[in-house]
Write a protein that binds this ligand. Structure first.
Ligand code: UDP
Ligand code: MG
Length: 331
């Protein structure tokens, strides 16, 4: 595997004219029941980011936690002026929480980060160096997923393969939300009005000068993942339907093919009757054709349903998230 995938020729440092001097870095951390991880998280952030030479803003989005994540955050914010808290009115899911955080972040550089320290903050220094060289998006590429189960790794790699085959905007394999984005990129993301926030896909869609940095993804430091297989499957479907209409359009081809086969079978059957006479038995072949055709129609209907359901969501125009409280913001 190539270590850093450069999508374009490297912009040169001398021409980029970017400097971290007087810049603010916003960390955006979605949190759902992360109380056991907070102590370690803030300790690591101080260690890793203290010497970066950037002003720091930590936007914590409490995504309807049922433990005392929010209470702990509020306690910290009283001591720590870098801390901003966006408390959502309920659990909206990680993608929505991330969107809320990106909307609230004010920094020149923005980095979404998981609260469980699976995105090592030590990498951000390297991200900032690459930003100064002129890259707009610097994303982490997981080189080693041994911290995930075999089943999760296999399903993830299968998903990337299907996604990139179907979508016109491929997402680099083994990337997550962990990345550094220039303000311009964040503004571009904010202009995308869709409610289905498949962030990886949106990140790929906006373009800009992107570059990958390999890293090893460690295991969760505390707590458990909130992503069961059901949720991951929904997530995969959200991603696929948001970035490809091929599953919709393919039925024209399937239908055409079925029609050609049916025509051939029809001609064959008629000729056979004319030549060898009537042939009443045929229950098995009849059932196969009927059942198979029926199954195909059901699948096609199901695919339509997936898209129509999502169109319905978009058309209703409900906001992606609702904020109950904002703490630590100047306004
Ligand atoms: N998260 C969230 N809302 C949810 C589920 C998760 O904000 O409904 C946050 C969670 O607190 C963490 C991040 O999203 O900071 C990643 O979640 P997790 O570690 O459970 O996912 P995984 O690393 O297994 O993909
Ligand atoms: Mg995690």
């Amino acid at each position: 595997m190539t270590p850093a995938r450069r999508t374009r020729t490297a912009p040169s440092a001398s021409t980029s004219g970017r400097s971290r001097k007087d810049r603010t870095l916003s960390l955006v951390v979605p949190m759902h029941d992360e109380a056991p991880a907070l102590e370690a998280l803030f300790g690591r952030l101080d260690e890793a980011l203290g010497g970066l030479g950037l002003r720091l803003e930590i936007v914590c989005v409490d995504d309807g936690s049922r433990d005392d994540t929010l209470a702990q955050l509020v306690g910290r914010a009283a001591q720590d002026r870098r801390l901003r808290i966006v408390a959502l009115s309920r659990n909206f899911g990680k993608e929505a929480a991330l969107t809320a955080g990106l909307d609230a972040a004010t920094g020149d550089l923005v980095v979404p980060l998981d609260a469980d320290l699976q995105d090592p903050p030590e990498l951000i220094g390297e991200f900032v160096d690459l930003w100064e060289q002129g890259y707009d998006v610097i994303y982490g590429v997981r080189t080693d997923r041994t911290s995930d189960t075999v089943a999760k790794r296999t399903s993830a790699s299968l998903f990337y393969r299907i996604f990139n085959w179907l979508s016109d905007y491929p997402i680099p394999a083994s990337t997550g939300d962990f990345r550094l984005m220039d303000r311009a990129v964040v503004e571009a993301l904010k202009r995308l009005p869709e409610r289905n926030r498949f962030m990886k896909g949106l990140f790929a869609w906006v373009g800009f000068r992107q570059v990958g940095v390999p890293y090893v993804r460690p295991a969760r430091i505390a707590g458990t993942t909130a992503w069961g297989y059901r949720k991951l499957f929904r997530f995969a479907l959200d991603g696929l339907t948001a970035f490809s209409t091929l599953p919709l359009r393919v039925w024209t081809m399937v239908g055409a093919l079925a029609a050609v086969l049916a025509l051939a079978a029809g001609v064959f059957l008629i000729l056979r009757v004319l030549i060898v006479g009537r042939d009443v038995p045929g229950y098995a072949s009849l059932m196969v054709v009927v059942l198979f055709g029926f199954a195909l129609q059901m699948i096609a209907l199901g695919v339509l349903g997936e898209y129509i359901g999502r169109m319905y969501q978009e058309v209703k125009g409900r906001p992606t998230y609702l904020v109950r409280e904002r703490i630590g913001f100047e306004d």
